[in-house]
Design a protein around this ligand. Structure first.
Ligand code: NAD
Length: 482
């Protein structure tokens, strides 16, 4: 049985697509058809933006924070009740191991919605500030219609990181998910209908690049929230710059794990699969560069190699699996091309490097480690978006920090040391939007985003709400004393 979808959610109703274009979603581990979904054309995007604008002008645009929080909590509950099924569906679509998908796709959207429901009241709270001349009433309202464009790697979590603050601020949303994970996007549509979100507040239409580009430039859109590749982010940023349209961009990464001389290598190795290879390496903040002190270099290479060789590769639906397949045949080709280039340039391969012999079906790639990699090498500079790690030696802490920062990206990073103060000091020196000390874990309460080519702006935390708010200062005349 396949999970076919044939309509878009537009204006609270199931809309018949304007074109016949569809995408077949293929299960990453079995290469069998999973279902089909329609792909939006320009007329569909126009209809979705019109519906979102109508909803903004309707009662939703006049709701209080308390009312929006109630709607968001109902929406969260509807998502939560589907959490297990959703996590399995995403694992089938993109190969994410189930143990990770359960939290990242199954339950994090509801957590994010509940978190921002808790902040919705701050949007319309009274805020009159005494100033130098008089008083200023700071008014906050929704920025307007939001175009939310998401990739396939953490499709549920990344969509929720846009939908939740947008709804809390009173915005309306057009969600355009990636074609590869079009099916799970319908969970948002089903849950929105079940929760009784007013018509047009959330519109869902899968589409390709051209539908995304049309949405970004649409005159009816007030703000763009994008997660995806740096190349697409640059194109979207350029369009938004020309239009002077607010935009948040969550883009690629090539983060470093800085292993200090005093690191607990057992703890580092235990966390390595999660920190460096989560979702089969298809994670924007994965620490795929390991910076190792020369004094303990062989020990670190052995720890990384042994850990990676021991990872269980297999069916992503099996909870014991640590490495599943990549999302598509094309993605596997890209990753294998990077590995081949590394091999041809004479780099020392210590683990993996091939398609696993016992996984002839599905887009699997063995988790792979190259040692002695110069940080200037392509393998250390380019985002591979697969299970490929490089180990690079450093002489002292200054060199380690310089290597960590010698990247076009700045999204994640970790520092491994038994001296937490030292870890914090090193974290401060790393040019990145987030760094973990002896751990890495995104948290709904903390702002997440990149510097340099990793993006613009932040999602999550109270900071993630601000881009969805339009501020207006109303200057009040000084009060006269009788
Ligand atoms: P992608 O950029 O190809 O596509 C992402 C989304 O944008 C898709 O929905 C796609 O249809 C759409 N799109 C592509 N080009 C567009 C354009 N010119 N205009 C409008 N929409 C367009 O990325 P991908 O391959 O799906 O995802 C992988 C990338 O996403 C990696 O680079 C990864 O690092 C990045 N990513 C970043 C974060 C983060 O938070 N920083 C999180 C996850 C993934």
């Amino acid at each position: 049985m396949t999970l076919d979808r044939s309509h878009f959610l537009v204006g609270g109703e199931w809309r018949v697509p304007a074109t016949n274009e569809t995408v077949e979603i293929v299960e990453a581990a079995t290469e069998k058809p999973l279902g089909t979904a329609p792909l939006a054309g320009t007329a569909d995007v126009d209809a979705a933006v019109a519906a979102a604008r109508a909803a903004l002008r309707g009662p939703w645009g006049r709701t209080t924070g308390v009312e929006r929080a109630e709607a968001m909590r109902r929406f969260a509950a509807a998502l939560r009740s589907r959490g297990r099924e959703t996590s399995e569906l995403v694992s089938r679509e993109n190969g994410m191991p189930r143990a990770l998908s359960l939290g990242a796709n199954g339950f994090s959207p509801a957590i994010t919605l509940d978190y921002y429901a808790g902040l919705a009241g701050t949007v319309d709270a009274e805020d009159v500030r005494p100033g130098m001349l008089s008083r200023t009433s700071v008014r906050r309202g929704p920025v307007g219609v939001v175009a939310a464009i998401t990739p396939w790697n953490y499709p549920q979590a990344l969509a929720a990181m846009k939908i939740a603050p947008a709804l809390a601020a009173g915005c309306t949303v057009v969600l355009k998910p990636a074609p590869e994970t079009a099916l799970d996007a319908y969970v948002f549509a089903d849950a929105a209908l079940e929760a009784g979100l007013p018509a047009g507040v959330l519109n869902v239409l899968p589409g390709g690049r051209s539908a995304g580009a049309h949405l970004v430039e649409h005159p009816g859109v007030d703000k763009v929230a994008f997660t995806g590749s740096t190349a697409a982010g640059r194109a979207i940023g350029a369009a938004c710059g020309r239009l002077l349209r607010p935009v948040t961009l969550e883009l690629g990464g090539k983060s470093a794990s800085l292993v200090a001389e005093d690191a607990d290598l057992a703890a580092f190795a235990a966390a390595l699969p999660e920190v460096s290879l989560a979702n089969n390496g298809q994670t924007c903040h994965a620490c795929t560069r390991i910076l190792a002190p020369r004094s303990r270099y062989a020990e670190v290479v052995d720890a990384v190699t042994d850990t990676v060789r021991a990872l269980r590769i297999g069916d992503p639906l099996d909870k014991a699996t640590r490495i599943g397949p990549l999302v598509s045949a094309a993605q596997r080709e890209r990753v294998l091309a990077h590995i081949d280039a590394g091999r041809r340039s004479g780099l020392r391969l210590t683990a993996g490097g091939a398609i696993p012999a016992d996984q002839p079906t599905g887009w699997f790639v063995e988790p792979t480690v190259f040692a002695d990699v110069d940080n200037a090498a392509a393998l250390a500079q380019e985002e591979i978006f697969g299970p490929v790690l490089v180990v690079t030696p450093y002489a002292d802490e200054d060199e380690a920090v310089a290597l960590a920062n010698d990247s076009q990206y700045g999204l994640g990073g970790t520092v491994w040391t038994t001296d937490v103060e030292r870890g914090l000091a090193l974290a401060d020196r790393i040019e990145s939007g987030s760094v973990g000390v002896n751990h890495y874990g995104l948290d709904v309460a903390g702002p997440f985003g990149g510097v340099k080519a990793s993006g613009l702006g932040r999602e999550m935390g109270p900071e993630g709400l601000t881009p969805y708010i339009a501020y207006k200062s109303v200057y009040l005349a000084p009060e006269r004393t009788p």
